[in-house]
Design a protein around this ligand. Structure first.
Ligand SMILES: *Cc1c(COP(=O)(O)O)cnc(C)c1O
Ligand code: SF4
Length: 326
């Protein structure tokens, strides 16, 4: 029998699945020392099953380019570290609040804008949820709670249920949104217990997956997504535009169609946040706009993600196609 999802997660976090990465000719120990290599068995399986999996591998493979310092790439490109003062609560946009739900993810994406986030300085969860509830009481205009990375689905279902039990006591909260990479990288996590909790939860439920390439939707991931879709969760996807991974109109168009086949609508296509050690993933703005223009000509409107970038201090994500200059 396969390991439980908890055991699979533990193995990933302990770095037990990295042999395949370490054997890769581009693997850099120095890069892994800066940000640990973490992958799940599901990702490794997918790498092994797909001969052309470089687009997948390079999302998780520590390489030497990460060790090159680039002055325009910062430790905290979007100004999230201040959130620590507020116990993991990031309230930047009207009507919704984002919570750093967990201290870890099931994979470490090399381009992650939170790769330098000092998760260990966070408070224990009991204290965190208490302050969240107190915060929401002071801000009745907030109707949506967004659980974001560290991946919220690394938490146990009981833990999530304890949180939503408290949210349900607040009339102002109508929507729970979960941002997670887990449905594709650790599909066994989408178990009956989780599905029962979601299906019984009397809130609007939105799950935003994070998929950058069609290859990430493995057969097991497809089953997990179908189950989620059947529980009445609205499924959306966000991707990051990444050099040599999905900076290509065919790849992005395939991705949109593939998402739709699995009940997911494309939501955002993010320009890379300029986080230190990830400069080699950046796609030039002019190139991004060119690709996007072609993509727009290819896809029905409902399969075209909004291309956006996060600019610190703005009231929302900023649409890239409307910008003339950065
Ligand atoms: C991206 C983000 C959100 C969600 O924005 P939507 O446009 O609603 O998807 C909310 N809060 C913070 C702090 C964010 O960075
Ligand atoms: S799953 Fe999301 S939050 Fe976690 S490392 Fe990847 S990009 Fe970052």
């Amino acid at each position: 029998m396969a390991d439980s999802w908890q055991k699979q997660l533990k193995k990933a976090l302990n770095g037990q699945n990295t042999t395949a990465l370490q054997n890769h000719h581009n693997y850099s120990e120095a890069a892994a020392d800066m940000f640990k290599a973490v992958v799940t068995e599901e990702v490794i399986r997918s790498l092994e099953n797909n001969p052309n999996s470089e687009a997948l591998a390079s999302q998780f493979l520590p390489i030497k380019a990460e060790t090159t310092h680039h002055p325009d790439f910062k430790l905290d490109p979007v100004g999230d570290h201040d959130a620590l003062a507020n116990q993991g609560i990031i309230h930047k946009y009207y009507g919704r609040v984002l919570v750093i739900a967990s201290g870890s993810c099931a994979v470490n994406c090399r381009y992650c804008f939170r790769r330098h986030f000092p998760y260990q300085q966070q408070l224990g969860s009991r204290q965190k949820w208490q302050s969240l509830i107190a915060y929401l009481k002071q801000h009745p205009e907030i109707h949506e709670v967004i659980l974001s990375g560290g991946d919220p689905l690394t938490l146990s279902t009981n833990h999530l249920r304890r949180l939503t039990d408290q949210l349900l006591t607040l009339e102002s909260i109508t929507t729970l949104r979960i941002h997670s990479r887990i449905p594709t990288v650790l599909p066994d996590r989408i178990d009956d217990e989780l599905l029962t909790w979601l299906s019984q939860l009397p809130l609007h439920k939105v799950l935003v997956t994070h998929i950058n390439h069609r290859l990430e939707i493995t057969p097991a991931a497809a089953i997990a997504l179908e189950k989620l879709s059947k529980t009445g969760v609205t499924l959306l996807n966000q991707s990051v535009l990444l050099k040599a991974i999905n900076d290509d109109v065919d790849v992005l168009s395939d991705l949109s169609h593939s998402l739709f086949n699995h009940g997911i609508l494309p939501y955002y296509l993010h320009l890379l946040d300029r986080v230190q050690n990830a400069a080699h993933f950046e796609v030039e703005l002019a190139t991004a706009q060119e690709i996007y223009k072609e993509l727009q000509a290819r896809l029905p409107g409902y399969l075209l993600p909004k291309m956006v970038q996060e600019i610190a201090g703005q009231a929302s994500k900023t649409p890239v196609n409307l910008q003339v200059d950065i």
